[in-house]
Every structure is written in C-alpha cells, then in structure tokens.
Design a protein around this ligand. Structure first.
Ligand code: SAM
Length: 292
C-alpha cells in the first residue's frame, strides 16, 4: 500500500470517507513525501523519542513518526477524522489518537499517563495555521520540558519567530520565543505540497528550549510577556513613548523610566526593535526593582 501521504492514497482516503478539508480547522494535508522526510530529519527522531503530534489529519505525518519514533500521541479536534485515523494507522501499534483540542489538553498529566516519567518527548506537527501562535506559546511555556519542537507554520510567522533585532519581522513574538528557545527555520515549503494548497508558503521551524541557566530570566514570565507586548505596541514610536504607554505619564514614573534606561545604558529615543532579547529581560526586572 502506498504511504498515507502520497497524493494518490490521500485522494483515495478523502473519497472513501467523503471528506472535504475543513478550512475552519486549518485542514491542509501534506502530500509531499520529501517534505515529510525532511520534517522527520529536522526532528532527529530516534527510537528513544516519544512524539506529540498536533492535528494528525488523516495520518500522513503520523505514519512517518510511528515508523521513526518510540511512540506517538496525536491530538485531533475533528471527531470526523477519528474513525479514519483508526483505519489508516491500524498497522502501527505505537500510536494513540486523542479526540481533543490541543489548547484545552492537560499535557503534563497526559504525557505522564502515556509516556511515563522522565521520558524524552518531542513535538512534531503540521500546525493548524489559525492557532499557530497560541499553540507555540503554550508549548514553549508548558511545564512539560520538550526536547525539541518541530512545527510547520505559515512562512511569515516563522520569520517573526526567528527574526533578529532591527529586522522588519522582529517584534514581541520574536522576543518571547527567543527568550525561551533557540528557533531556526529548517526549510521552507511551497503551497503545492498540500491538498488543498494553502494561500501562503510555509516553513518548518525547529525550536530547541533553552536551559534556564543559559538565559537571563524575567522575574515573572506573564509580566514579561505583557511588558514586551507593551514595548512593541507602537513600533514606529520611540521606546520612551512606548514605556509611557506601559507605565503611565506621571512625573514620578517618567523619572523611574529615565533611571532604568540610564542604568542599563539604553537610548530612550531608540525604537523597541533595536533592543536585544536580553535587554527586554533586564529592563522588565529593573522596572520591577524600581517598584513599577
Ligand atoms: N498532520 C496532517 C498533515 O500534515 O497532513 C494535517 C495537518 S492540518 C494543517 C491541521 C490539523 O489540525 C487538522 O487535522 C485539524 O483538524 C487539526 N486541528 C485544528 N485545530 C485543532 C486543535 N485545536 N486541536 C487539535 N487539532 C486541531
């Protein structure tokens, strides 16, 4: 039997089950076997790896994961696809599919239940694009410490995740993601690799979580995210203006902002996109120290 992801088998499965891809759930099925092999390679999957997959669809990527990893736990929100997956993945005893919304799943408990404690866990997925950002933010802040996260997303989002200071795509998402991980674009994928073809090009991003001792740590992760988003609220305005937007314009606050920027040797007239990730962390901690 040809692989699930081959164009001929994918089309046959869609016909057999009278399925049409649901746009509202971001369903675009990968039918390029080279791309699938490259994903497995980017994730450096081996027999010790347990894999979480988000959105198995009809099982094209899942099949390859099952062939390369120890076990696969897949979360699929679309109940219509569950009987299809039971059928297509029947030859693989190391796959479990849960009919759950990944954004509502309790990953720490589920990971222990299915993989056990202290096991290596990676995430490998062709993400539903309409919720890429919340999924990535949830994964990188999850109490489960993933060894690696390899995910397909819209190319433009991949560029934002990996952008460095002074680049057009550098913004709050770049800072938040790079404070917690080292993200890299493994390769880009043309829309012709999917059925149906999405309107945008895609990219595979590999995120390797950073060890806390490798990075400057914010005093509070949630406050840090709010602070970074506030700093980028008006990209065209100076850092000084954005910080007033975050903390207010009272004379005492203005003095505190001046003190923080002077202490950290940061130019108040510069733009937020000129600051490195570490400077955002130092700044948020400094403002906290000053009681803001
Ligand atoms: N993995 C398949 C492939 O590569 O061909 C399908 C990928 S498709 C881009 C995204 C998949 O995510 C769809 O199967 C969709 O039903 C599923 N999905 C959408 N929202 C989800 C959610 N909140 N939780 C879990 N799965 C979701």
């Amino acid at each position: 039997m040809p692989p699930i992801a081959s164009p001929v088998r994918t089309q046959a499965i869609l016909n057999q089950y009278h399925l049409s891809a649901k746009k509202s759930l971001g369903q675009n099925f990968l039918t390029d076997l080279n791309v699938l092999n490259n994903i497995v390679e980017a994730a450096q999957l081996g027999p010790d790896d347990n894999v979480i997959e988000i959105g198995p669809g009809i099982g094209g990527l899942t099949e390859l994961l099952a062939q390369h990893a120890k076990s696969v736990l897949a979360f699929e929100i679309d109940s219509q696809l569950i009987p299809v997956l039971e059928d297509t993945l029947a030859p693989y005893g190391n796959v479990t599919v849960l009919n759950q919304d990944i954004l509502k799943a309790n990953l720490p408990d589920t990971v222990i239940e299915y993989f056990g404690k202290g096991e290596k866990v990676k995430v490998v997925a062709n993400l539903p694009y309409y919720i890429t950002t919340p999924i990535v933010l949830d994964l990188i802040q999850n109490p489960v410490k993933f060894d690696q996260i390899v995910v397909m997303m819209q190319k433009e989002v991949a560029e934002r995740l990996t952008a460095t200071p002074r680049h057009k795509a550098y913004g709050s998402l770049s800072v938040i993601v790079q404070q917690l991980t080292t993200p890299e674009i493994a390769f880009t994928v043309p829309s012709s690799a999917f059925i149906p073809a999405p309107k945008v090009d895609s990219a595979i991003v590999s995120l390797v979580p950073a060890k806390p001792e490798e990075r400057e740590q914010p005093y509070d992760q949630k406050k840090f995210i709010g602070f970074v988003r506030g700093c980028f609220m008006h990209r065209r305005k100076s850092l000084w203006n954005n910080l007033q937007g975050v903390f207010g314009k009272k004379p005492k606050v203005k003095d505190q902002i001046t003190t923080a920027l002077t202490d950290l040797d940061i130019d108040p007239s510069g733009r937020p996109e000129e600051l490195a990730v570490k400077q955002f962390v130092l700044l948020t901690n400094k403002f906290h120290e000053l009681g803001l």
